[in-house]
Design a protein around this ligand. Structure first.
Ligand SMILES: [Ca+2]
Ligand SMILES: [Ca+2]
Ligand SMILES: [Ca+2]
Length: 199
């Protein structure tokens, strides 16, 4: 699961907090929006306004729980970045609007922009985890896109064969170390066996 995020709205003190859980969700799975709004007695209606990646807008009432807490639950299919804010209508003081917040529907919890490059890999090489265009760019002009380099386990910022060789080797360092250790243990056992037979 992605991590929920709690916003403390700085523009309007009517919203005690606003939360979307999680901020990165998979298609068809629930996103839960929660807000606590004060003062409770004065609230007329609370509506959430969500802009989906294709630009269309969904507006819906949030359900009242208790003590000023309102929730709304929905799931989406389209991948991309979504925006939302909350409209509050009060009896005495009219309309209030929260700040604008965002969340993602992604192909994987580990790949926010769904470009098949994991967030961790993109951050390691300074790519943008919120822009899928960088998957199809050839950053080091070696004829391979960044996505192809990720799949080949080469360094997308080095077009030199030797540097790529070192990169591949360092990525496999753990595997090589374990293999070397096992080789040493086997060698010691066989050496001990030969020594016992000769004595
Ligand atoms: Ca990505
Ligand atoms: Ca990206
Ligand atoms: Ca390249």
């Amino acid at each position: 699961m992605g991590i929920p995020i709690t916003y403390f709205d700085s523009e309007c003190d009517r919203f005690d907090f606003i939360e979307v859980n999680p901020t990165v969700q998979m298609p068809g799975k629930s996103c839960i929006f929660t807000s606590i709004i004060y003062p409770v007695m004065d609230i007329q209606s609370v509506r959430i306004v969500i802009t989906v990646p294709n630009g269309s807008v969904i507006e819906a009432p949030m359900d009242y729980c208790l003590d000023g807490k309102y929730v709304f639950q929905v799931n989406f299919q389209d991948l991309g970045k979504y925006y939302f804010f909350i409209n509050l209508d009060t009896k005495k003081e009219g309309l209030f609007q929260s700040s604008l917040y965002s969340f993602w529907i992604s192909s994987s919890y580990l790949d926010k922009d769904s470009d098949m490059l994991p967030d961790e890999w993109e951050e390691k090489f300074g790519f943008n985890i919120e822009n899928s265009d960088d998957a199809y760019i050839d950053s080091d002009n070696d004829g391979y896109t960044n996505l192809e380099e990720y799949r080949m386990n080469t360094n997308p910022l080095k077009n030199n064969i030797i540097e790529n060789g070192w990169y591949k080797l360092s990525e496999k360092q753990m595997y090589l170390s374990i293999s070397f250790l096992l080789f040493c243990i086997l060698f010691l056992f066989s050496w001990y066996g030969v020594r016992r037979e000769t004595t």
